[in-house]
Design a protein around this ligand. Structure first.
Ligand SMILES: [Zn+2]
Length: 59
């Protein structure tokens, strides 16, 4: 399944691979550091949104 649009309706799961996160937000940041695939997906996603949302994840 090609994931081109992140689905943030379930914030405790990675929207790219579906893995459960240790915690919303911070858990996702840890997750993308461990998953190069998800990190790449996240970077791609972040480039396609405006700064208003990206700022929340800058951590
Ligand atoms: Zn993931």
């Amino acid at each position: 399944m090609a994931v081109t649009t992140a689905d943030w309706t379930d914030p405790i799961a990675c929207p790219f691979c579906g893995d459960e996160l240790a915690s919303p937000g911070a858990g996702f940041v840890d997750h993308i550091h461990e998953s190069a695939t998800c990190e790449a997906e996240f970077e791609f996603w972040r480039e396609n949104i405006s700064d208003d949302v990206a700022g929340e994840w800058a951590g």
